[in-house]
Design a protein around this ligand. Sequence first.
Ligand SMILES: [Mg+2]
Ligand SMILES: [Zn+2]
Length: 232
Amino acid sequence: MRIICDFDGTISRRDTTDLVLETLAGPGWTELEDQWLAAKITAAECMRGQVALIGGDRAALDAVLDSVELDAGFLDFVAWCEARDLPVSIVSDGVDYFIGRILARHGLERLPVISNELVGEPGAWALEQPWAEAGCAAGSGVCKCAATGLRGRTPPPKATTVYVGDGRSDFCIAGRADILFAKDKLADYASARAQPYHPFETFHEVTATLAALMGETAAEAALAAARAAAAR
Ligand SMILES: [Mg+2]
Ligand SMILES: [Zn+2]
């Protein structure tokens, strides 16, 4: 079993890119957002345009990133997975620098991340999108199903794939996951397509549900937690 998680609004409580734009970009970023919502531009085009609008120096950017809080249950969830050798990775339509800084502040820089890539320098940022796929239903900078081997590019993985997400950028991968955890827009999307999913508010519920699916008793969970704590 492998676990793949969205970042913004799933691992982070707020959408990091939106927070950066609200704080450091000029008013033009909402016009791009409106064009995307009206389907005049793709999500990928929208985000490239928005990142180019980010102003301020690096200290200002870092200060915004350092205000981002994680889901209340995510650290425990990662520890729970690692105690069982379940690999956890992040696939995000967000920005590598933003995610990397936030993860490092929580001691989680070891988690693999696939995302868009920030290039350039303060006042002249640009976004590269090496994981974009023409024809991706989500129209995102990162086609999550291609990036995780669930479509094209690489052979399909044999391991059961668990996906945890909350939004539009997750639409293309949600239908290909074996076990789906969804909230907000992603839950609405799965409901509309009659796709089974596990609703969640925090990763505490994801942990509890996966433990139940794996048939784990409370005693086994306590033993694994004790072993993991001893190993740290
Ligand atoms: Mg999200
Ligand atoms: Zn896709």
